[in-house]
Design a protein around this ligand. Sequence first.
Ligand SMILES: C[S@@+](CC[C@H](N)C(=O)[O-])C[C@H]1O[C@@H](n2cnc3c(N)ncnc32)[C@H](O)[C@@H]1O
Length: 291
Amino acid sequence: MTERGPELPDPAPPAPAPTGVQHLRRLFDTVAPEYDNVGVEFFQPIALGLLAELAPGPGERVADLGCGTGAFLLPAARSVGPSGSIVGLDISAAMLERARSAAAAEGLDHIALVPGDAADPDLPAAAFEVLAASAVLFFLADPSSALARWRALLVPGGRIGVSTFGPQDEVWQSVDEVFTPYLPADMLDARTSGRRGPFASDAGMEQLVGDAGFDQVRTATREVPVRFRDAEHWQAFTMTTGQRAMWGFVPEAERAAVRDEARRRLADAAHPEGGYVVHQQVRYTLAARPA
Ligand SMILES: C[S@@+](CC[C@H](N)C(=O)[O-])C[C@H]1O[C@@H](n2cnc3c(N)ncnc32)[C@H](O)[C@@H]1O
């Protein structure tokens, strides 16, 4: 019997180029109100891992590219303190607006928020000790040239850290695979899934970053447990991330069946204490601009 779930909100309609900047701006403008806001610990722990690796200290100047609603930005602003400064750049005005109100609510007035394209940020050269991009690099059409531009923003010896996704556990993978038959080829190659290209391995990422002119390249990893109260909670979460675009490719008539199959597979992640727990491996690639 088909289990009834909550109504599926109308997902962002697919655009001809799912990785294009306009599409991403529209996608993140759409998800912004709920992004990282439905009680699922995901982007925060990922960003806090990056913060721990980069360890920005008091007085340092930090750039956070693709800052979103502030998962890295806000704790980094606390770390550098009022003698430091932090610039958050994002393509989505709605994501920036959420970061702006969160910063204002905390009185963090050493944060500057600027709209812009992380592929070629309009920021001053050699002006930052630390540069971060958490869950962003894989969205850029040419990560290699972006990294080379990012290098120029750092002072000599300045530190860079990017977080990208390693493998998900088997259950989460199998849940996501329900969408596979509907996705266009360029989304199947999505580097977010980390299954191909430089984003598929520590060595691939280290080479990508090293080839962009950084040294002291290293990798740190962390496993983030992701908890959903129930299947509805999982579904609500998928509508608040880049995954929302996946729903957009499923024909409306088939969405309920896809949802039911995904929920059936998610049942394998049932936790003895209730709800579901799946796991996401996160890869941090760290390096420095040669001194
Ligand atoms: C998965 S979110 C990560 C946000 C934030 N760093 C975090 O950890 O929560 C990806 C962010 O990258 C932004 N983004 C995607 N492509 C971008 C681009 N070309 N330039 C600037 N921001 C971009 C999106 O608008 C979104 O805010």
